[in-house]
Design a binder for this molecule. Sequence first.
Ligand code: ADE
Length: 255
Amino acid sequence: MDGNERAAFAVTVLSLFPEMFPGPLGCSLAGKALADGAWSLETVDIRLFARDKHRTVDDAPFGGGAGMVMRPDVVDAAIEASRPADQGADQGEDKPLIYLTPRGRVLDQGRARELARGRGVTVLCGRFEGVDQRVLDRRRVEEVSIGDFVLSGGEPAAIVLIDAVVRLLPGVVGSARSLEEESFERGLLEYPHYTRPRVWEGEEVPEELVSGHHARVRAWRLERAEAATRDRRPDLWARYRAGIVKKEGLDDEHH
Ligand code: ADE
């Protein structure tokens, strides 16, 4: 590898269902990048680290309640086996260990961008009610959620996280501009898109977009991006407004 080449972004997935990978990550953009060597994928079957002849990976929760909890000894052995030889008890900042759980901090574009700047990520997928907290604490695991809803396991969430990160790797998405203009990059939802035909079932494309005036197009897009954000995402809108006030020293009456 010469100085300009970047080592493949290394993804390791720990799961009881390794056959779910690459799944959708083997198709389209992520799949092409995987085939091209922009990123690599290794799966670790957690069940192989069970110690008894029944290959038990879970047990009833202390304190009672529904569901089963993944055992710390089994999960820890799987983590240990997947740990790069040159690293200590935690996996290091450039290849963090992430556990997908609805209890985690919600993933956003900023965290995806940070992860894409690193060397890779190790992703732990839980099934059942979750993983024994002691192993998460011992391994200094970062707990990440993909939203306020509950999936039947961490695997689909892992696929979402990996997709969000891989597409940000250098060269994976064709033009840097298409990344810059998309939702969240400026703290706004994206403006709506239109293509041919110019009139479809009596509906016209907005006049500004066919005006040929770049400044008008830009102004229209910004206005529509702001309107969508204000209507749909008051949380993002408040942050965006606060950013404008800080950057330009404008008061709250502006806009
Ligand atoms: N596992 C189950 N639900 C999840 C969610 N919303 N985010 C991440 N991991 C999960």
